[in-house]
Ligand binder design. Structure first.
Ligand SMILES: [Zn+2]
Length: 511
């Protein structure tokens, strides 16, 4: 949805922020450690990044995470977070050491039970050296204990962890996990996760997925909340909302659990929040008809607190919405947008952040489809009005939705021109092929990743047409495309009924 750090992070040079060493390096391998590395596979360091073209040091090489078990204790009064995260992973190469992405103070790291040495590097790298070499394909159990005050842990003066009057929100894109659990922080390494948080009794904790158990009372007048995500997701899809929430549970017509949560701080915006988010099951059902089966195990939404975030994010199974969306009444368009991301962004994630159009163009176009469905303006009318709204000499047309640049990942062009690009594809191939393409894309790359080139290839295969013109013109060429033939816009398009609410949502969606 949006980010604040932008390219500042990518441009930072590596600085060393203190070195902490523990454990017992150099111990001999013992039986039971796993298969010894064959002599030919000399262990080498896992890379410090996955080579993303915008954020090359995000994520890490040499291993693949299957599951995170994140066990936390949080103090709203002080914002102090302590935790133990257990990572189940598999080595994809013989490793002499590997990196995790993390910012808080680390107390200990163990790898398969053995104390490991660790040190910090760069902005967010935790370099872990296991006491014994790691063989390719070896199963790894990495246990990291840590503590810190996330809201005071700043990168370029910024924290992705938002402290509020009654708790906190861990909601951000692409950088979020750094402030609360160590991870391989790139959408290419998807995993399932369990999250549990101990808080003072009376405070609620909301996260992704389902609750595998009811909240459990702990000593010291505390309560531990547990959440579970059973489908693989990207690390930035994990979230925490801690504070005073009214949690509403129900069952969707599909039979899935619906868990919505409303901050009690919203005042007169709360009815509008409920009138929007309570339509989630209806909207997901409608989107399932367009995009194919809903990919996850639960549905819902979180209306964040009045002093929380100024945007919304498609956190897996349960988007989190800032209070701004409800300032002028209910707005289902943002609910449509964030839940469309469950297919496009969450289940099918970018393989590289440069392909953000695959997330934001699609979620924005879903809003146009909802407008059409509601009789509040067709996608064609919204295309015409959007096109006419940006003069040919506008800076807007200089940003390429298909490769906007690291500091423009959430530019208006990615959303608006991104939606226009999909509309042009729809015009080029016809409705039947267009919706077949969307469903095939969601099915083929479910719980995985995709590139724009793969999407174009799929669209060409299904439509039987060469679509190079559409993709090149609308995603990869600066300047306002000329409209010809069927795509010609009306001279003075009328404002569609849905426009004010679409604009209200979009003023907050990108940054
Ligand atoms: Zn979005």
């Amino acid at each position: 949805m949006r980010r604040v750090l932008t390219a500042a992070i990518a441009a930072l040079t590596v600085t060393t922020a203190g070195t902490v060493t523990t454990g017992a390096p150099g111990q001999a391998a013992l039986p039971g450690w796993g298969r010894p590395a064959p002599a030919s596979a000399t262990p080498t360091p896992g890379s410090a990044g996955l080579g993303d073209s915008y954020f090359p040091d995000y994520g890490n090489g040499g291993y693949d995470v299957g599951h995170y078990d994140v066990r936390l204790r949080y103090e709203p009064a002080t914002d102090r977070l302590t935790g133990t995260t257990t990572i189940l992973a598999k080595a994809t190469q013989a490793l002499s050491r590997f990196n995790l992405d993390f910012l808080l103070g680390v107390r200990s790291v163990r790898v398969n039970g053995w104390p490991a040495t660790f040190k910090r590097a760069g902005v967010h790298e935790l370099v872990v050296t296991a006491p014994r070499p790691i063989a390719k394909d070896q199963q790894l159990t990495i246990v990291v204990t840590y503590a810190g005050v996330p809201s005071e842990t700043l990168v370029n003066g910024y924290s992705g962890w938002t402290r509020t009057a009654d708790g906190a929100l861990a909601v951000n894109e692409p950088e979020s996990a750094w402030w609360w659990f160590p991870s391989n922080d790139h959408p290419k390494d998807k995993a399932t996760w369990d999250i549990s948080v101990s808080v003072p009794t009376g405070v609620e904790v909301v996260s992704n997925g389902v609750q595998p158990r009811d909240p459990v009372a702990e000593a010291g007048n505390r309560t531990r909340w547990s959440w579970r995500s059973t489908k693989p997701g990207a690390t930035y899809q994990a979230f925490l909302a801690i504070g005073q929430y009214d949690i509403v549970t129900d069952t969707a017509p599909s039979g899935q659990p619906v868990i919505n949560a409303y901050s009690t701080t919203l005042g007169d915006r709360e009815p509008a929040a409920r009138a929007s988010i309570e339509r989630t099951a209806e909207i997901v059902d409608w989107e399932s008809g367009l995009f194919g089966p809903y990919p996850f195990e639960a549905q819902g939404g979180v209306a964040g607190p009045i002093d929380g975030i100024g945007f919304a994010l498609e956190t897996q199974t349960r988007p989190v919405y800032g209070p701004g969306f409800w300032r002028r009444g209910a707005n289902p368009y943002v609910v449509v947008h964030e839940n469309a991301h469950q297919w496009f962004g969450d289940s099918v994630s970018v393989a590289d952040w440069s392909a953000i159009w695959l997330n934001e163009g699609f979620a924005s176009y879903a809003e146009w489809l909802w407008s059409e469905e509601q009789g509040e303006g067709t996608a064609q009318e919204l295309f015409d009005f959007t096109y006419a709204g940006y003069p040919a000499d506008s800076e807007f047309w200089q940003v390429l939705p298909g490769n906007p640049g690291a500091d423009r990942v959430f530019d208006d062009a990615v959303y608006d021109r991104g939606a226009m690009a999909l509309h042009q594809l729809r015009l080029a191939v016809g409705d039947q092929a267009f919706f077949r393409i969307l469903r095939a894309w969601a099915a083929r790359h479910r719980y995985g990743n995709g590139t724009i080139a793969q999407f174009q290839a799929l669209a060409e295969r299904i439509s039987g047409r060469n679509l190079d013109g559409v993709f090149t013109t609308w995603l990869f060429t600066a300047g306002r495309p000329e409209l010809t033939g069927a795509a010609r816009t009306a001279v003075a398009p009328v404002q569609p009924k849905s426009w004010p609410r679409l604009r209200e949502a979009h003023q907050l969606l990108p940054h």
